[in-house]
Design a binder for this molecule. Structure first.
Ligand code: 7RM
Length: 635
């Protein structure tokens, strides 16, 4: 018997030990007891990180949608699977039961088949956060087509690059999307992209905003019309364990976006297992992850992980600011959300606003809070803990990547003691290590180094679409026989990990290695500071000196800027030391962010270095306008 749901620290250590000593038995037991297979596997794991080649559950056959949908029809047919909360709070929420979701996915899958989509074909999904998005993803999986979801905030150029890279023959989109008080013309963006994409034969268009759109004859079809004609039953395609389930693009520090390829069986087992444990999901809970399904977080913890567990998963179409800054908390109260999972950048933005927005709502349903996407600074952690969790909800700081498919390092709530800013301990089956600059593993427990994985886990990406060599170079060449994450980390004397950020965020000032995160934490402690980012710029004496970009809270707006600069540097001196003091501090209304909320330091670095004319492509930014503003006020 496997211990699927870990309930005490003792049990965690016991399970972890087993998972490392005999990983194959460990994962085989979980896979056998908690999933539906059409044919069992011949071999649990085969791997060779030098090639790299990794297979899990080789020989097994299954369909992931049978695990997400069909098997729940007997046990919880009328339970809400997807709880859709629209952009406009005045529009009614939709409760889609497992039975209804099964029907809609089957119908949709039949439409895809009728339109000529076959097993192994790539389908690009460019949709807002409406039920059709989750349903399209599942419909692809139902028939064995490989979905490639592109976040519907990306430009037509970014979309075209992604469509062409994996030769999608179909694009699924909508007439438009609602975002706060704005509408966005998604179909128009698709039309523009498709001028550069010869391989696309069919475009399916979901109706959301009822706008006038241009429908190209023989290529574009209204989805609701096709769905009306389709059967509500669809036999699932039998897939091999290692068949690709989806491609998801992630931008690298250089070059074109990388199409990470995820497998079927390993991805399913790992996301389901981690969903259950990291969020302590229990049968009647309502789980809400605020990410977009366009990101890996949405794939794994809005769609596949929750549905494999028969959970109720909230899909929110809107933004945290509409109609006002209380929207998240209003939704938590309305749907009695039990687990709430968001990003530090959202927490910091919410913490900047009046506390009354939080206090106004009853948040007593909350049990577990989660964060993901970047290191969470201490101040934001405490704000989340105090004002959202009311000191009562463990915070799971979950570290993982698009490439890892699922959460690798995280507390297990009510089990692992949490420490602000620490992702704490590896989940069962995960074998992290820290490497020094010479490429050797650091054996001492208390240490700092580059974060690697020594051993495969089921949901790791198998390759980069069309470029296995790049996959090897990016992740398996820096350290022999290891997966390199690109992140730096600290490990405390009890083995807890604190992710310090991308290794390329390390700045060497006068020969001292300084991580950006701890310095930013110190700056953010200043009561007038909302958010900050620091980068290095060339300096005659120090080699590199520090340049800080600081967003002030309203309370700081009227203050003397030179006094503020002195106070910030005093804080840094107190917390880290005078070596980390900033040479320049620029106050700014915003920071350039990627659409998943990560600060684009590359741009800040260039501006700080006086190289602002060659910023490269900034069109995928959330807020390209702030770049101009920052450039104009460079010190
Ligand atoms: C899930 C996701 C991956 C990068 C990763 C880190 C950073 C993510 C945390 C974090 C500190 C965390 N996928 N990151 N989670 N850093 N603490 N809890 O974000 O592919 O978009 O990004 O994000 O640098 O390498 S991702």
């Amino acid at each position: 018997m496997s211990q699927y749901h870990i309930k005490s620290l003792e049990e965690y250590f016991q399970v972890y030990h087993k998972s490392v000593k005999d990983p194959e038995t460990f994962w085989a037991e979980i896979a056998e007891e908690h999933f539906v297979w059409r044919k069992p596997w011949d071999k649990v794991l085969e791997w060779d990180f030098t090639k790299p080649e990794v297979t899990w559950f080789q020989g097994a056959q299954l369909n992931i949608t049978e695990n997400c949908l069909d098997r729940h029809l007997k046990t919880r047919p009328n339970k809400t699977a997807i709880l859709f909360e629209p952009n406009d709070p005045k529009e009614e929420a939709q409760h889609i039961s497992y039975k209804q979701l099964h029907e809609r996915v089957c119908q949709y899958a039949n439409v895809l088949k009728d339109m000529g989509v076959q097993k192994g074909d790539r389908v690009c999904i460019y949709l807002p956060m409406i039920p059709e998005l989750a349903i399209s993803v599942l419909a692809c999986a139902r028939i064995g087509a490989i979905h490639s979801v592109v976040f519907a905030g990306f430009s037509s150029t970014a979309l075209a690059t992604r469509i062409n890279d994996c030769d999608c023959k179909m694009v699924i989109t909508s007439d438009g999307s609602f975002r706060g008080n704005k509408t966005i013309d998604l179909k128009g963006i698709v039309d523009e992209a498709l001028q550069q994409c010869d391989g696309v034969e069919t475009v399916l268009v979901a109706q959301r905003i009822h706008s006038e759109v241009n429908m190209k004859k023989g290529r574009d079809y209204w989805l609701h019309i096709l769905l009306d004609l389709a059967y509500k039953d669809c036999v699932p395609a039998i897939m091999e364990a290692e068949d690709p389930l989806f491609i998801l693009y992630t931008s690298g520090s250089t070059g074109s976006p990388k199409g990470m390829v995820h497998s079927t069986a390993g991805y399913m087992v790992y996301t389901a297992y981690t969903f259950k444990n990291v969020f302590n999901y229990e049968e009647n809970d309502v789980f809400w992850c605020t990410a977009d399904i366009g990101w890996i977080t949405g794939h794994s913890y809005i769609v596949y992980g929750p549905l494999c567990n028969g959970a109720t998963t909230v899909m929110f179409e809107g933004v945290p600011t509409y109609p006002d800054w209380g929207r998240f908390w209003q939704i938590v109260e309305k749907h009695k959300v039990n687990q709430f999972y968001t990003a530090p950048t959202a927490i910091r933005a919410l913490a900047k606003e009046n506390l009354d927005y939080v206090k106004k709502y009853d948040l007593s349903s909350l049990k577990v809070l989660g964060t993901v996407g970047e290191p969470i600074n201490e101040e934001a952690w405490h704000w989340y803990d105090d004002h959202v969790g009311k000191g009562n909800c463990p915070i799971v700081d979950t570290w993982w990547q698009t490439e890892t498919g699922g959460i690798l390092i995280s507390p297990i709530p009510f089990v692992t003691p949490t420490i602000p800013t620490y992702a704490t301990l590896p989940l069962p089956g995960i074998q992290p290590c820290l490497m020094d600059d010479e490429g050797n593993e650091i054996k001492k427990t208390k240490a700092q180094g580059r974060l690697c994985m020594k051993y495969p886990w089921p949901s790791m990406a198998r390759t980069i679409w069309g470029n296995h060599e790049r996959y090897r170079n990016t992740y398996f060449s820096a350290f022999r026989n290891h997966y390199f994450t690109g992140d730096g980390a600290l490990r405390d004397s009890t083995g807890n990990y604190r992710i310090t950020g991308r290794v390329d965020d390390v700045i060497i000032v006068s020969g001292h290695n300084l991580g950006t995160a701890p310095i930013e934490d110190a700056i953010n402690e200043h009561p007038a500071v909302a958010e900050s980012a620091i980068v290095g710029f060339p300096h005659d004496v120090k080699g590199t000196a520090l340049y800080g970009f600081v967003i002030l809270k309203e309370t700081g707006a009227g203050r003397d800027q030179n006094n503020l600069r002195k106070e910030i540097n005093q804080l840094i001196t107190d917390r880290i030391g005078p070596i980390a003091k900033l040479d320049k501090i620029q106050f700014t209304p915003g920071l350039p962010k990627t659409r998943s909320g990560k600060i684009m330091r590359r741009i800040l670095r260039k501006i700080a270095s006086g190289d602002a004319e060659n910023l490269g492509d900034i069109s995928t930014l959330l807020n390209p306008e702030v770049v101009k503003e920052i450039k104009e006020h460079t010190l």
